[in-house]
Design a binder for this molecule. Structure first.
Ligand SMILES: [Zn+2]
Ligand SMILES: [Zn+2]
Length: 342
């Protein structure tokens, strides 16, 4: 089979690979769709990927082969894969916070198993979640990034009636905006530098879409922004956006860092102290996050057509899509259709 392989910083090549064979507790899935994640962009273009690995973790597909000791799954079953395995036994897993599992691997550095920018992907049976009947596999490929968005809402303590700010309206920011609206948050401001992404943010449900410079930061730490927000969800990974999001919080507000990057923000500690602000992070998913994401998608509560780019791409177009995503030229989720047997 052909696969998109990370070689070195900035280099993703299409190479010939043998079709994976399942271990005794594993299955091999014929990939229907696999989304390109911000993480793939970082891994490939910033150079933290494992050399020789196949990228792509946001996949959906049908089980093609089942390992000898796997029960409960058969060939043809429609599934999505949970990339992070958690031990189920440590104190964080027992507290239903698998994102903090003590046995979790590092944040994608050097340890990623082969992914689904290929017609077939191998997965442990414990990582499979069944796709509800009636939900197309294409939409189901949004389960992973939507689970990330739902975890961020949970970390923010979002409730209906709140006023929210989302900084960065790329594929993840758009999912966060749509998830906020689906959770009864009807006052959502999106801050985003790229006009095309701002426009899409409005289409998926942001009630106001502004360029970052339009958000004036109050000068003194005890002064609040003109229209402060209860929660801010930072989805860009840009230090300026993190600082701006903090400055927009009202008293007792919460900033959740969802987007990542290598450059660090500089936060005004006096603003945090005087207004009792909470700054926290959101990594991966809630326990049951995939089931919640699939349920939202199945209910039709999200504008899938606006959250994804209209034309799915083949493996050959991945390197170019990574570059365009890094430049902010694409608003929605790019879905790769690697094309298995057919
Ligand atoms: Zn992802
Ligand atoms: Zn654990």
């Amino acid at each position: 089979m052909r696969a998109a392989v990370y070689r070195e910083r900035g280099v993703v090549r299409i190479e010939e690979r043998s079709v994976p064979v399942p271990g005794s507790e594993e299955v091999v899935v014929e990939v229907s769709h696999c989304g390109i994640c911000g993480t793939d962009v970082h891994l490939a273009l910033e150079g933290w990927g494992r050399r020789g690995s196949v990228l792509g973790h946001e996949w959906s597909g049908r089980i093609a082969r089942v390992g000898a000791d796997v029960s409960g799954w058969t060939a043809g079953d429609r599934v999505v894969g949970v990339p992070q395995r958690s031990c189920g036994a440590c104190r964080w897993c027992r507290a239903e916070r698998p994102s903090l599992c003590e046995a979790r691997p590092g944040a994608g550095v050097g340890e990623t198993p082969d992914g689904a920018f290929a017609p077939y992907v191998r997965a442990h049976a414990s990582q499979l979640v069944r796709v509800p009947g009636g939900l197309p596999l294409r939409a189901a490929a949004l389960a992973e990034p939507l689970a990330v968005a739902l975890h961020a809402l949970n970390r923010a303590g979002v409730r209906p009636g709140m006023r929210a700010l989302v900084t960065g309206a790329g594929p993840l920011g758009l999912l966060v905006i749509a998830a906020l609206r689906a959770h009864g948050v009807d006052d959502v401001i999106a801050s985003e530098p790229a006009p095309a992404r701002r426009e899409r943010a409005g289409q998926v449900g942001a009630t106001a879409c502004v360029a970052p410079e339009a958000l004036a930061a109050p000068r003194l730490p005890f002064q609040l922004a003109e229209a402060p927000v209860d929660v801010a969800l930072e989805c860009s990974g840009s230090p300026a956006a993190m600082e701006s999001a903090l400055a927009q919080l009202g008293r007792g507000g919460t900033l959740v860092l969802v987007g990542t990057g290598l450059r660090r923000p500089s936060f005004d500690h006096n603003r945090i102290l005087l207004n009792e602000l909470v700054v926290t992070g959101a990594f991966n998913y809630d326990a049951g996050g995939f089931a919640a994401a699939l349920e939202l998608l199945t209910l039709g509560s999200l504008p899938v057509d606006l959250l994804t780019e209209p034309d799915d791409i083949g493996l050959d177009a991945i390197p170019q899509a990574l570059e365009r995503l890094a430049r902010g030229e694409i608003a929605g989720k790019v879905l790769v259709a690697p094309g298995g047997r057919t």
